[in-house]
Design a protein. Structure first.
Length: 157
């Protein structure tokens, strides 16, 4: 089912349950599939995840992958990936979002692994921040900005 979607949101080793719940709700709003790459820093059975996803969580139906290697093998069938990081040369608004697109986000505490970013350097994008001392934005906020930008470019089709 998820391979048929044109927008995919991937959280690699998410640590905070309410960010995942909020990202799931955003995925429903924009018609995106949610993918979670283990290990997760929480159980999907935690009431906090369901609370953040509200009564929609069952409809989010995230696909959980055992690790990055397993997800990466499936990536070509999902679409073109864009890797979000706090520091990249391209801004997320300047990217022409391919269709289908796979928006990849890292852990709340450290982002995506440096080796992964190095392997996909040409496909990294950043959400600009004026304060140079700010490390990052909240994960669920970043997911919402990126997913809505993709849909805006596609004129919500």
């Amino acid at each position: 089912m998820t391979a048929e979607r044109d927008l995919h949101v991937v959280l690699v080793e998410p640590e905070i349950h309410w960010n995942t719940g909020n990202a799931g709700r955003t995925c429903l709003a924009v018609g995106a599939a949610l993918h979670l790459v283990a290990p997760l820093g929480f159980s999907l059975e935690d009431k906090e995840v369901r609370r953040a996803g509200l009564d929609y969580w069952a409809r989010v139906a995230p696909q959980v992958w055992p690790d990055w290697a397993a997800f990466e093998r499936a990536l070509p069938s999902l679409g073109m990936p864009l890797f979000f990081t706090a520091r990249a040369a391209r801004r997320f608004q300047d990217v022409v979002y391919p269709r289908p697109a796979v928006l990849v986000f890292g852990r709340e505490s450290v982002g995506l692994p440096p080796d992964l970013l190095a392997r996909h350097a040409a496909d990294t994008v950043a959400i600009p921040m004026l304060d140079p001392e700010l490390r990052s934005l909240n994960l669920s906020t970043s997911v919402a900005l990126a997913a809505y930008e993709a849909r805006r470019q596609w004129s919500w089709r």
